[in-house]
Design a protein around this ligand. Structure first.
Ligand code: 2NL
Length: 340
């Protein structure tokens, strides 16, 4: 006859199992470890099953007592496993939240700050300088008509700027109503003069369009700022003083020179150069508003005179920052843009 097991011994086994289980569960560090424990303790081939298996050796009336005891132990172990699992999960979540915490009070100097695109910064700076001289800021449509973009500016019928090669013409309209993408922001000033009697000081920033292929110095879309002053008694010295003051405010105190030039909408006209790092660079065009432009608007050129100037924002931005390729300003390369 095989060695029998007494009720006493089985009870001790169960007690020992209870102690060991409680200790092991408290020490488990991961849900996976807990699952392993559950299989070892409560699984079909686990410790509790082994104890229950030995129950067959007990006398009939003793079995229910041990059975009841074993069932209580099973429930207790399940409860402890559940508690520990809950605890591990919530501390895991606490750790994760600690790592993902966002400190909304952190000062901006501690993170990489966002900023405006260099082109936008340049444009705002230019507009601000003229705003500081008393100029009103005005904007207008990017889709213009032949009349506002060319005719009102004294640009004659067969001028090269009107060529299909240079201008994006749109389908709708014909004659003076022919639509096109504006090639400069001058039409904004024509519209401003139609709505506001002189004296006028206006600065017109915006996107303009020309049929150029993209290369290091050309883009079919670029940005322009034009300024116009119209008053009694304005002459070339006012133009020269305003442009020189503006350029020195923007680039610093450097030599500025005016060269005679030609635009259909100004007479006389000039191109303006600055001496930047020892080299003369052409940066803008200007002139006294041609009397024909004023007459077209019903403004008496005998009483009112004015000056105007226009510049490319990309060029200003590139000269200021030593950027050698206009495409840099249009390719959204953050490693490049973050430098400004
Ligand atoms: C350039 C030259 C210029 C103007 C723009 C203008 C506007 C009116 C009347 C007369 Cl409403 N003139 N604008 C005048 C001279 C030059 O731009 O090189 N732009 C990039």
């Amino acid at each position: 006859m095989s060695a029998t097991i007494s009720l006493e011994e089985l009870s001790q086994h169960l007690q020992q199992l209870e102690r060991e289980a409680a200790g092991a569960i408290q020490e488990a560090q991961t849900p996976a470890e807990l699952e392993e424990l559950r299989v070892n303790l409560l699984g079909r081939k686990g410790r509790l099953s082994a104890v229950l298996g030995a129950m067959g050796q007990l006398q009939g009336e003793e079995r229910p007592k041990v059975g009841e005891r074993a069932n209580r132990l099973k429930e207790q172990v399940q409860h402890l496993l559940g508690e520990r699992l809950e605890h591990l999960r919530s501390s895991q979540m606490r750790e994760r939240l600690k790592g993902e915490r966002l400190d909304v009070t952190m000062p901006p100097s501690a993170v990489l700050p966002g900023h405006r695109h260099p082109l936008v910064q340049t444009c705002e700076e230019i507009v601000d300088l003229f705003a500081g001289l008393g100029y009103r800021v005005s904007e207008g449509p990017e889709i213009e008509t032949d009349h506002y973009n060319f005719t009102a500016l004294n640009i004659p019928a067969h001028h090269p700027a009107r060529d299909m090669q240079d201008t994006f013409y749109l389908d709708r309209g014909e004659g003076r109503d022919q639509t096109l993408l504006r090639t400069h922001t001058s039409p904004v000033q024509i519209r401003y003069l139609e709505a506001n009697p002189p004296p006028v000081r206006v600065v017109a920033p915006g996107r303009v369009f020309r049929r150029d292929s993209m290369d290091a110095t050309h883009s079919p879309v670029f940005h322009q700022v034009e300024v116009l002053a119209l008053d009694e008694g304005l002459d070339f010295s006012h133009l020269r003083g305003t442009v020189t003051t503006f350029l020195r405010a923007f680039f610093g105190d450097l030599p500025v020179r005016f060269r005679a030039s030609y635009f259909p909408f100004t007479e006389p006209s000039a191109e303006v150069d600055v001496q930047w790092r020892g080299r003369w660079l052409e940066v803008m065009g200007c002139g006294m508003v041609d009397p024909a432009v004023l007459e077209g608007l019903g403004i008496d050129p005998g009483r009112w005179s004015g000056f105007a100037a226009g510049l490319g924002v990309e060029r200003f931005c590139m000269v200021r920052h030593g950027i050698d390729d206009i495409r840099r300003l249009y390719t959204s390369d953050l490693r490049f843009l973050e430098q400004f």
